[in-house]
Design a binder for this molecule. Structure first.
Ligand code: AZC
Length: 818
């Protein structure tokens, strides 16, 4: 069409298509234009929230420009692309991140100030995009930041939940859940794509027919259809024009009502069925590391992967290539087993719709997919009842049985007469009813499988995937240690430390090459630098203390040692052990003489995290923490020596305040249970030390930062100190003892699955070492600096480069020079 345009028309496009200005004046002009036109407000009627909206729209305009340029460049160059399939993207807030990544913060901050607002207040207005539970969802968000920053041609695919992770409030110390209606006001960070709507089928039946070549083929027909509508979320890279996309699907009823059912009698029913369609993407399931086998969850999974694959295939088909080249153009990473049905869906499309033979199709499928495992906890392993899959996805169930049959035939050739190995490796668990083991399907249907930290990757090879390693060979299984983005987790969350680092190193290059932090080591001997380092930490503690005061009313002294454990509440993460340790400390303090008290390091123990709404024991842990907090904080004899705080509604934006303020953070999972952990990396990057078990990425952090800068402890046999703490709870010192007996019972009767009693003694010993070390503040500052300096390895840039080079075989495609 453009080729036919006149010179005059082209000139108009050229003239008015100039890019949006990025200076202060340009910002102010856009800001006011958005206030008056987008928000329809007058200058007399602009509050902080409107200022946020106008700023966000101004930034959005500039993001969209980059998004367009990037997508055009990728279409033109047609490189191999990687698609990251994740049921969760825990993005948090976008405005500050976009300002920093686009390098607009300074001039737009000035601009907004002159218009009568403070940028800090404006940023505070944004609600988090909380479409995830915890580590897995936040990892996906960090990976998107790195993919964009490193110029990779990548897209994320996920669901646009109407309700994200619930909001947590406390009532009488108990967790209460409230809906997270994050789309209440408009969301400037998404682009609605009403033109991209894909029909998704559920139910129906499968019929056989003979095609023109005499082959018997299957056809899936009937059932109900809903529509997947696309919403695009631009993700800007740092220091590049590259801006990638996360495409989130929202479910809508089909455009056309089923007219035959639309007679008077069935009117209501027909409308209700349309409403059911919208339920599919209504809510994020609030479980972390726990499988709950709800049918609606399975529907979410299929809806999402079917829409995403259809979208990818449409893009692939534009270039008119052979199907055989699909894996040369498309890499799909499965973030845990949630998207495993994509393997089956691609096989179905290739065989049933595109007419490929089974083996050719399966070869394409396995070359396309790679799979990341994030946990070995048995209760987190996804398995779906065969009857449920059969009912919702009859053709997929047939394909899964066939995949399994052909797979087990090959296994049998390798191990003749070994029935046990077949039962162990089968994709189908033989029970009543039968179950589909999604992890087995994901391993069989992918060319690469990885764990998320060195220990975890070894563990999966020797436990859950042991037979598969023997069968496929060890090369199919590898490690990709998790990483975090230094842009959000240092530059954005800790601006003062970022500035100090930039000053000391003399450049900002470390933000794109985190290994450059190594050069901070030479400043450790500089007394003035150490003083300034500690001053930054102190000001972050003051900021957190103010937040704690405003949200909980509790006064904490920023000169105390801040001891933090923030993460999902789970038995394996052992917040219970932490609070038992706090009770022990409280008892000890009460028995000290005035002289002995002189020697005590004052501590603030900070907890935060959500419990899954149906997780009874986890919720009891929250209640116990709050009861202990009430008793200890009210005990005047303790003064400032110990304070206990539970900060409600832990989320990404809160993490950005808490993490930079920590002296010590706890990562104390039972050995072998925490696949990696990623907040451990964030704390250390911000100069916080860690107290942890020999588990997950703690081990690799230890290797990088050295013995002197981390407090790790190992198991020793049962400790009498624990008994006196338990007795104290049972005596009613922390409120009605009866409510806690189910919690106490998890320690006794041989049910101490997470080994709290085994580890308690060495845990307390490690805590003593922390207190001792903290007394020498100058030495502590050295440790703190070395922590930050040695965290280069844990940048998500490093992790993403490893995935790109070793698994996806995709290359950077720079959009254009700045
Ligand atoms: C989490 C792991 O528990 C955590 O250790 C890891 O850091 C994180 O993934 C990112 O890899 N796993 C999950 O959340 N897993 C599930 C199935 O919820």
């Amino acid at each position: 069409e453009r080729a036919k345009w006149s010179k005059e028309t082209l000139a108009l496009w050229e003239k008015y298509g100039a890019s949006e200005p990025v200076d202060k004046d340009g910002f102010q002009k856009s800001f006011i234009r958005h206030v008056t036109t987008t928000l329809a407000r007058s200058s007399l009627n602009v509050d902080n929230f409107s200022a946020y909206q106008a700023t966000a729209h101004t930034v959005r305009d500039r993001l969209i420009e980059r998004w367009n340029v990037t997508q055009q460049a990728h279409t033109l160059k047609d490189p191999k692309r990687v698609y990251y399939f994740s049921l969760e993207f825990l993005l948090g807030r976008s405005l500050d991140n976009a300002l920093l990544n686009l390098d607009l913060k300074e001039q737009f901050g000035e601009g907004v100030k002159e218009l009568g607002f403070r940028m800090e207040d404006v940023l505070e207005q944004e609600v988090d995009a909380a479409l995830g539970n915890g580590g897995l969802g936040r990892l996906a968000a960090c990976y998107m930041d790195s993919l964009a920053t490193l110029d990779y041609p990548a897209w994320g695919y996920g669901l646009r939940y109407t309700y994200g992770i619930f909001q947590q409030r406390l009532k009488d110390g108990y967790q209460m859940e409230f809906p997270d209606y994050w789309l209440n006001f408009d969301n400037p960070w998404e682009l609605q794509r009403l033109d991209i709507a894909i029909e998704i089928r559920f139910g129906g039946s499968v019929s056989k027919y003979t095609d023109e070549n005499g082959h018997i083929r299957s056809r899936w027909e009937g059932g109900d259809a809903v529509q997947a509508v696309a919403y695009d979320v631009p993700i800007p890279g740092y220091g590049t024009k590259n801006c990638i996309n996360i495409r989130l699907w929202s479910s809508k009823p089909k455009r056309q009502f089923d007219l035959s059912r639309f007679n008077e009698g069935e009117y209501e029913q027909a409308v209700q069925e349309q409403m059911k369609a919208e339920n599919i993407t209504a809510v994020l399931y609030p479980n972390d590391n726990h499988m709950v086998g709800k049918e609606l969850r399975l529907k979410q999974q299929y809806f999402w992967v079917a829409a995403s694959l259809s979208d990818i295939i449409r893009r692939f088909k534009k270039t008119e290539r052979d199907w055989d080249q699909f894996p040369e153009k498309v890499a799909i990473q499965l973030n845990d087993t949630h998207p495993t049905l994509a393997i089956v869906e691609l096989q179905r499309i290739l065989v049933d719709e595109e007419g490929l033979n089974w083996d050719d199709a399966w070869d394409i499928v396995t070359r396309t997919f790679a799979f990341t495992n994030h946990t070995v906890l048995p209760e987190a392993m996804e398995k779906w009842p065969v009857p449920m899959v059969e009912y919702l996805l009859p053709r997929h169930m047939q394909i899964i049985f066939d995949v399994n049959l052909f797979f087990l035939q090959k296994v049998e050739q390798q191990y003749p007469n070994d029935r046990d190995v077949l039962a162990r490796m089968s994709i189908i668990e033989e029970a009543t009813p039968q179950f589909v083991r999604m992890a087995h399907l994901a391993v069989v249907g992918s060319h690469r499988v990885n764990g998320v930290a060195a220990l975890h990757s070894n563990l999966i090879k020797t436990t859950i995937f042991k037979d598969f390693v023997k069968y496929f060979g060890a090369d199919k299984f590898e490690n990709k240690t998790n990483g975090i983005t230094p842009r959000r987790w240092l530059h954005q969350a800790n601006p003062k430390l970022s500035e100090l680092i930039t000053e000391a190193l003399g450049h900002k290059k470390w933000l794109k090459d985190l290994n450059l932090l190594k050069n901070l080591e030479q400043h450790v001997k500089n007394k003035d630098f150490r003083r300034r380092w500690i001053a930054v930490k102190h000001s972050n503690k003051v900021r957190l203390a103010e937040y704690i005061k405003s949200k909980t009313g509790i006064d904490v002294n920023p000169n105390s040692l801040f001891d933090v454990q923030v993460k999902r509440i789970h038995e394996y993460k052992r917040q219970f052990m932490n609070i038992l340790g706090v009770i022990h400390r409280y008892h000890e303090l009460k028995s000290l003489t005035p002289e002995e008290r002189q020697n005590v390091v004052p501590r603030v123990v900070i907890f935060g995290g959500k419990a899954a709404p149906g997780y009874y024991i986890a919720k009891l842990v929250i209640k116990l923490i709050n009861n202990v907090s009430a008793v200890v904080n009210a005990d005047e004899s303790i003064e400032d020596l110990l304070k206990v705080v539970f900060i409600p509604d832990y989320n990404v934006s809160l993490a950005e305040i808490i993490i930079p303020a920590s002296d010590i953070s706890q990562h104390i999972s039972t050995a072998g249970t925490e696949a990696s952990g990623t907040s451990n990396m964030k704390f250390v990057l911000n100069g916080g030390l860690i107290l942890g078990t020999v588990d997950g990425a703690n081990i690799e952090i230890h290797e990088e930062i050295g013995d002197d800068n981390i407090f790790l402890y190992r198991n020793v046999p049962i400790d009498p100190a624990l008994q006196s703490v338990i007795t104290s709870i049972e005596t009613g010192n922390f409120g009605d003892a009866r409510i806690f007996s189910p919690l106490i019972n998890t320690l006794t009767f041989g049910k101490d699955y997470y080994l709290i009693s085994d580890d308690f003694g060495s845990y307390l010993d490690a805590q003593k070492l922390v207190d001792e070390a903290y007394k020498d503040q100058d030495d502590w500052s050295k440790k703190s600096i070395l922590c930050t300096a040695r965290m280069g390895f844990f940048s998500s840039d490093r992790a993403i480069r490893e995935y790109a080079e070793q698994i996806w075989e995709v290359k950077p495609v720079p959009v254009q020079p700045e």
